[in-house]
Design a protein around this ligand. Structure first.
Ligand code: SF4
Length: 457
């Protein structure tokens, strides 16, 4: 019996670094995802309940800004969070004397150094994550090892492309589908952790927002979905109320006084009319504008249009049907709902400046809707694994065309996967191999075990 992809990748996948210590980037991702037990126990034995993990700061300064948590006596405290691998890194990096770190309220690290007891007690609460994760550590390392923003463009064929292409088509499809199943299993583990941490509806809301964010704005959309949970939107019956809250907290509500295009002004004025009244209660959650990558997306995929899609889907008339379709694994209803997402303004526009799209354009195109099957429905459905595999075999392929292209060039030396392996699961498997092996290091081919795996197959 040949070794399976999942077994092989667990034993041979390139690691970000050797040894049991996690990298800071993975710890930051775990914190961002909020995949920790809640309440958390501090080193001093205090139980604190995390309300918001903060906004991920990719600039100099603390790793997360404006986090908030509840103390055991019911007070809400807010401030910044700094994340390290070792507790002693706080002193080693000189944060104690750096004014940029004066608002830090939580110091989070993987585990405390044995010498920590010698250090002066700090007013900053200290948290060791080693025994406080919401999902198995090995799965989280594998999931978060390379983020979509680390994708290299300008791919060239890699070391194993001839070996892959020389496999019989059935065997190639089998290898890719095994990798696709491994990807699915990872996503289901992440989704299970999210459901247990945030509930079923919020786990769907997060997955949907991430999927609509594409790789460029995935993090910004996830931050927005955390800042405005689905339960805050469902009671808002009018779409302009939901839109004002989502655009307002996203920090993407255009300014009607400087917007010279009359076409957008009535809509913008209506949204501002709502936003002014609620803004003060959401001030803490407003996303900083550098979080958004507006220039690198095609006009059709503008984050403004994606937020309009979220506005539509968070209606109390639509949301329960969407949730039920996911629960039941009903891909037909799921796709029907996504295809029907529309908005009178955003169906025709790409920005607040009134830019008109050449044609009426769906807020969620077919390709993206098909990709969301794997990103949202598959990880969260209550169907069993074997039922799900049967259903997936009937799904159309779709999504991440740019990434598929890079992966195909690297692994096959071709801009598209060979025609005989275009199943939904095989395509996802291609992305998974690319992530597990090719994107792990700049010179990944030199140390890669994939050629050996292919020989054994
Ligand atoms: S990194 Fe590994 S899997 Fe990727 S092309 Fe090179 S040899 Fe193949």
């Amino acid at each position: 019996m040949p070794i399976t992809y999942r077994k092989w990748v667990k034993g041979h996948g390139l690691r970000e670094e050797p040894g049991p210590i996690l990298s800071e980037s993975i710890l930051q991702r775990i914190w961002f995802e909020f995949l920790v037990q809640n309440p958390l126990t501090t080193l001093q034995g205090e139980l604190i309940t995390l309300k918001h993990p903060g906004i991920w700061n990719h600039r100099p300064g603390p790793d997360f800004l404006r986090a908030s948590f509840l103390t055991p006596d019911g007070r809400t405290l807010s401030g910044d969070v700094e994340i390290h691998r070792h507790s002693s890194d706080w002193d080693a990096h000189g944060h104690g004397t750096d004014p940029a770190y004066q608002n830090v309220v939580l110091h989070v690290f993987w585990q405390a150094d044995p010498s920590l007891s010698d250090l002066t007690p700090s007013p900053i609460r200290q948290i060791a994550l080693a025994h406080q994760l919401a999902a198995p550590l090995t799965e989280l390392i594998s999931l978060f090892r390379a983020s979509p923003t680390e994708i290299h463009s300008g791919e060239k064929p890699g070391r194993c492309h001839t070996a892959l292409l020389s496999l019989q088509p059935e065997e190639l499809q089998k290898v890719l589908e095994e990798a696709g199943s491994h990807r699915l299993q990872q996503r289901r583990i992440l989704s299970t952790a999210r459901v247990s941490a945030h509930g079923f509806d919020q786990a769907i809301w997060l997955a949907l927002a991430e999927g609509l964010g594409f790789s460029e704005n995935r993090e910004a959309f996830a931050t927005l979905a955390r800042a405005v949970p689905i339960q805050n939107l469902l009671p808002l019956s009018h779409s302009s109320l939901r839109a004002s809250l989502l655009y307002g907290v996203a920090g993407l509500l255009g300014d009607p006084t400087t917007n010279t295009t009359p076409r957008a002004q009535p809509f913008l004025k209506e949204l501002w009319g709502h936003w002014w009244k609620i803004r003060s209660s959401w001030n803490e959650q407003i996303l900083p504008s550098p979080l958004w990558k507006m220039g690198s997306t095609r006009p059709n995929n503008s984050p403004l249009r994606r937020i309009a899609a979220l506005t539509h889907l968070s209606s109390a008339q639509i949301w329960p049907r969407l949730v039920e379709s996911i629960r039941q694994g009903d891909s037909h209803t799921f796709l029907q709902i996504l295809k029907s997402v529309s908005d009178p303004f955003w169906d025709h526009h790409a920005g607040w400046d009134g830019r008109i799209l050449p044609n009426r354009c769906r807020l969620i195109g077919l390709e993206r809707a098909h990709a969301l099957l794997f990103q949202v429905l598959a990880p969260l459905t209550e169907r069993s694994g074997s039922e799900l595999h049967k259903i997936i075999s009937t799904w159309p392929v779709g999504g991440d065309a740019g990434l598929i292209r890079s992966a195909s060039i690297r692994l096959f030396g071709l801009p598209f996967p060979p025609p005989e392996i275009r199943s939904h699961l095989a395509r996802e498997g291609l992305l998974q191999i690319y992530k597990d092996f090719c994107r792990s290091k700049a010179d990944a081919c030199q140390q890669c075990s994939m050629p050996e795996f292919l020989k054994q197959r």
